[in-house]
Write a protein that binds this ligand. Sequence first.
Ligand SMILES: NC(=O)C1=CN([C@@H]2O[C@H](COP(=O)(O)OP(=O)(O)OC[C@H]3O[C@@H](n4cnc5c(N)ncnc54)[C@H](OP(=O)(O)O)[C@@H]3O)[C@@H](O)[C@H]2O)[C@@H](O)CC1
Ligand SMILES: Nc1ncnc2c1ncn2[C@@H]1O[C@H](COP(=O)(O)OP(=O)(O)O)[C@@H](O)[C@H]1O
Ligand SMILES: [K+]
Length: 499
Amino acid sequence: MKLFTSEQILKIEEETIKIEKIHSLNLMERAAEALKSQIIEDYKNCEKVFIFCGNGNNGGDGFALARLLHYEFFNVKIFCDLENLNFKENAKINFNDLKKIKDISINDFSEVEKFKIDKNDLVIDALFGIGLNRKIEGKSGELVNILNEINAIKIAVDIPSGLFSDEITPDDFIIFKADKTVSFQFWKKAFLYPETGKFCGEIKILDIGLSHKIIDSEISRNFIIDDILIISIYKKRNDFSNKGNFGNSVIIAGSHGKIGAAVLATKAALRSGSGLIFTISPECGNFILQTSAPEAMFINGGENHITNIELPKNAVCGIGPGLGTDEETEKCVLNFLKNQTKPLVIDADALNIISKNKSILKSIPENSILTPHPKEFERLFGITQNSFDRTDLALKMAKELKLIIVLKDHHTQIITPQQDVFYNITGNSGMAKGGSGDVLTGILTSLLSQKYSSKNAAIFGVWLHGKAGDFAAEKSSKESLLPVDLIKKIGKVFKYIQD
Ligand SMILES: NC(=O)C1=CN([C@@H]2O[C@H](COP(=O)(O)OP(=O)(O)OC[C@H]3O[C@@H](n4cnc5c(N)ncnc54)[C@H](OP(=O)(O)O)[C@@H]3O)[C@@H](O)[C@H]2O)[C@@H](O)CC1
Ligand SMILES: Nc1ncnc2c1ncn2[C@@H]1O[C@H](COP(=O)(O)OP(=O)(O)O)[C@@H](O)[C@H]1O
Ligand SMILES: [K+]
């Protein structure tokens, strides 16, 4: 699914209106209808609905929603700035329609504290949408501050008021804190970054029927990884195949005390379809690896840490989990990286070793996949002001070095040398545990060995890893989820794709 800027969304909206020969009011009605259905689905037993409307089209959505919910027997109360009714055209039409319904009370923002709003009531923020272009101040600002203190179910229409859609919002802005954001047709960039996403709560995207023809022709380099993309990437296994057809994955991982990292990466690679798996680890991990993952072959790479890497034939490598940064390992890893010609997966301590020896970056084979978490990224490429800037820096480095950068986060980004950004929306905070990254390295190496392109392996692997996390969290809780649970769910994710 493409990700667009607010400017592009406006353009798509206008062109849809043109080619479908509809009035813009129709789109607002579609938006309100979709909102209404969602609210009925999620909160049908809710008694009171307090809707706060601005003067623009976001407010217009709020007025139309109020009318539709009223006809569904919800007790609706409207709030707007009665001292400054400076409506845009469609908001005005919907406001006037609403005035005709005498059972809906229309109140000024300043009256909000006179109402008893209960924790089971809905507070709906239709103050500002993607048209926000400055800080919320004055009466609206005071209102948002009050709403943020109220204990009720808080829903933002399209985007929480106060957030910019496409860029970081300054720290001193007043922003509505939503439990849920119900947004129209597209994800917005603000939902995907930690500094801004924390205001959005759960995200629900509603199809309001904007023209697919227009959407297809509008160019974007930013994408949300969705099921359609994954199905297009997934390669079905040929019935007439043998282990030689699915590649030789080589996991280079582990050191004394961190053999678990090698085990996790190895098991994840085994579960992700590779034909043969080899694990290069120090001898101290031999017994552990051979008993916990007997399908994999052990290659001795040293005593207590890796000092020597000898690859089997046709190896596709994933290097880094639990290696440690012993001087001998450092030397060995640098020497190894210098001599590689095929893309490989580079994670964890291998990234830390590169950070200390940045000149090696230029020798890494094109289209290799680097999987830094934010701290590792910072060590590799430097500190940025915020996570939006981090994406920009990653784009620059991916292009310069011709590498795929997987920026691991709640919404991991896959950044390509061609300057595309793919945002992942699977995964959950149960995965925020040591070992989850090792599982990802195993998955990515396995997919790369099966001849998925580096870009597709990264997109598919990151999505699969998160989806396995979501399946695992369904079963237990996020607190008790373990990285091994991700591995156990990889099979279910493949089934999900095949079905
Ligand atoms: N796209 C679609 O397909 C559909 C979109 N729809 C809906 O339209 C929404 C976008 O509506 P919108 O363009 O009217 O902008 P909105 O956010 O209501 O702001 C209104 C105006 O407020 C002003 N303003 C800005 N910041 C301010 C501030 N801090 N404090 C005070 N004023 C401020 C600024 O005007 P200015 O004062 O700069 O002239 C701005 O123009 C969208 O989010 C969705 O809900 C659906 O109806 C149907 C399909
Ligand atoms: N809150 C979260 N939501 C979704 N995914 C997460 C979250 N926290 C961590 N993850 C995922 O878990 C993995 C953690 O990797 P990393 O930090 O390298 O862990 P480790 O090296 O300790 O195994 C990443 O793929 C990351 O995207
Ligand atoms: K809003």
